[in-house]
Design a protein around this ligand. Structure first.
Ligand SMILES: Cc1ncc(C[n+]2csc(CCOP(=O)(O)OP(=O)(O)O)c2C)c(N)n1
Ligand SMILES: [Mg+2]
Length: 556
């Protein structure tokens, strides 16, 4: 406990039980660390992951023997894939029984092998301070998951006193590539005509330098979704995102560049990178160099240090013709977004684009948006316009459903004074809805907006693009307003576009947890910024099959 305290931990998410009862008891006897009793361990692990993603600090979750530990797994993968420092404490059967196929025995090392940077069973109380410290330091310094398994008999023993210490949890170290590598990168940038910058989450602590570099080179900045809240939406250099969730400005910047500087990003989709133009990749992780675009010129370093070097040495540019071309594509795309998200466009139904934009416009300046996976990701990625202090988190690299609401719980515990907003899919919310009780129990004033399309919308779209008729995507949803009330929270429902803004305002102004069920149009198209012929063909084929199976005549 002392170690966790000194690592800055002030709460642990979990479900108590057998082998972790001694932990819960130890926590009852002190005030520094609170036990947050969640409904489902997965929600606890997702909340811890969200918190660690937002703050870079260690977050902790716990699950007991067997099934309790297994339930943590998805949330831990979310942390692992987004480089979030999370420690999981799991119970284990009595140490004398390990290996005997005992009741609830699970081979925890094998179970967590792929997800954890560090995983060990504490077999002796003397070991506890050392392994606990190693687990915390591993997570913090290598940005990932550590797991400590504590057998029931060991957890209840007294452990040796721990001397006070301090951990270095600074999120990024200062690393610079060799002089010769920087010189060569400078030569390549000076020789290129149209230089684009692709910014990722590694630019988070280098925002000023990033914007200065764009200004210096008159370069458009394309961002990965993780970095959308880093690049100010209204900057003349902001081109937009890339990939299926991206924008035309981003696509245009990539298409027209003759050099791409990919900084602090491991953006995985090869087909969205330039076809010909070379890539300079700045990353603290050497493994990221060359795995997406094989010809990368790698600069192993942190973005802040490398940008500063580049700024000192590169000649400033004045030619803005490339930037202007990208801005034109960006502005045209934005006009389209403004149209689809205009509340007054349709008086019959609420379009999800309009809901996302209204939430964005009404949110506090430093709000945190925690977003689900599904079509709702597209609405959030396109229509939230984060201001300088707002944050957006998703299950970025795992893309798990049900992240948003537990993520909001973790965000609220990390930032008790900020407005925390969950943009939930109905399918995603349904998966872990029991944990809305956690928000009520601890009076965490999260605002949950359910994008209720009565469907697994993204899957419907996938089926259609693949040429299948829609199948098994309908959802049977509860009455969310009544559900919220039965949980002891406030809830409301909105169907009329004319009432949308006021409903969102009321939700945001409420001082406790709140659930707003937004009935959105269930038949929206999510158009990517670049469409392949097979996708359009598949969509047409699917529509024909749907009509045939419903007996309708495609000719009419
Ligand atoms: C845990 C998990 N199960 C399944 C999937 C596959 N999947 C991705 S999006 C999605 C549908 C999401 O539906 P909903 O939450 O209603 O959001 P919508 O697409 O309707 O906006 C599914 C099943 C996943 N990503 N994660
Ligand atoms: Mg849905």
């Amino acid at each position: 406990m002392k170690i966790l305290e000194q690592c800055g931990v002030d709460h642990i998410y979990g479900v108590p039980g057998d082998a972790i009862n001694p932990l819960v008891e130890a926590m009852r006897e002190q005030d520094a660390i609170r036990f947050i009793h969640v409904t489902h361990e997965e929600a606890g692990a997702l909340a811890a992951s969200a918190e660690a993603k937002l703050t870079g600090n260690l977050a902790v979750c716990a699950g007991t023997v067997g099934p309790g530990a297994i339930h943590l797994l998805n949330g831990l993968y979310d942390a692992h894939k987004d480089y979030a420092p999370v420690l999981a404490i799991t119970g284990q059967i009595p140490s004398s029984e390990i290996g005997s196929s005992y009741h609830q025995e699970v081979d925890l090392h094998n179970l967590f092998h792929d997800v954890a940077l560090y995983s060990t069973t504490v077999s002796n109380p003397e070991q506890m301070p050392r392994v606990a410290l190693e687990a915390c330091n591993t997570s913090l310094s290598q940005h990932g998951v550590s797991v400590l398994h504590i057998p029931h008999d060991i957890g209840s023993k007294k452990v040796p006193e721990v001397r006070s210490f301090s951990v270095d949890s600074s999120p990024r170290s200062r690393i610079l590539p060799e002089e010769g590598r920087i010189n060569e990168a400078i030569r390549q940038i000076e020789d290129a005509e149209n230089v684009a910058i692709l910014a990722g989450n590694g630019c988070r602590n280098a925002r000023d330098e990033l914007m200065q570099l764009a200004d210096h080179l008159k370069s458009p900045i394309i961002y990965s979704l993780k970095a959308k809240d880093i690049v100010p939406h209204d900057s003349p250099y902001c081109a937009g995102g890339l990939g299926l969730l991206g924008a035309r400005g981003g696509v245009e910047a990539v298409k027209e560049c003759d050099l791409l500087v990919a900084a602090g990003t491991d953006f995985p989709y090869r087909e969205w990178y330039p076809e010909e133009a070379p890539v300079i990749r700045i990353n603290i992780k050497g493994a990221a160099v060359g795995r997406r675009t094989p010809g990368d010129y790698g600069l192993i370093g942190d973005c802040k240090s490398v940008f500063s070097e580049l700024l000192d040495r590169l000649k400033e540019r004045t030619d803005t013709s490339y930037l202007k071309k990208v801005q034109k594509a960006r502005d045209r795309w934005q006009e389209g977004l403004n149209y689809t998200s205009d509340i007054s466009r349709d008086s019959e139904v609420i379009h999800p684009q309009a809901a996302a934009r209204a939430i964005s416009e009404l949110a506090d300046d430093d709000a945190v948006f925690s977003c689900d996976t599904g079509e709702v990701t597209v609405w959030a990625a396109r229509h939230l316009r984060p201001t300088g202090n707002q944050r957006m988190i998703f299950s970025f690299n795992l893309a798990s459903m049900a992240f948003a609401m537990p993520g909001a719980i973790g965000s609220q515990l990390a930032f008790p004074d900020r407005q925390i907003i969950s943009l939930s899919g109905d399918g995603g919310f349904n998966m872990l809805m029991g944990d809305f009780l956690t928000a009520v129990k601890y009076n965490l004033p999260i605002k949950v907006f359910i994008f209720n399309n009565r469907k697994l919308g993204l899957i419907k779209m996938e089926q259609e693009v693949e040429g299948y008729p829609e199948s098994e995507t309908d959802l049977l949803n509860p009455d969310y307003e009544l559900l919220a009330q039965s949980f002891g929270a406030e809830g409301a429902s909105v169907k009329d576009p004319a009432e949308l803004k006021q409903s969102i305002r009321e939700a945001l102004e409420h001082d406790g947890p709140y659930l707003l069920d937004i009935h959105i149009n269930s038949d929206e198209l999510t158009i990517p910024p670049k469409i392949k012929l097979e996708q359009a063909w598949g969509f047409g084929l699917s529509k024909i099959k749907e009509m045939l199976s419903s007996g309708a005549n495609p000719e009419t």
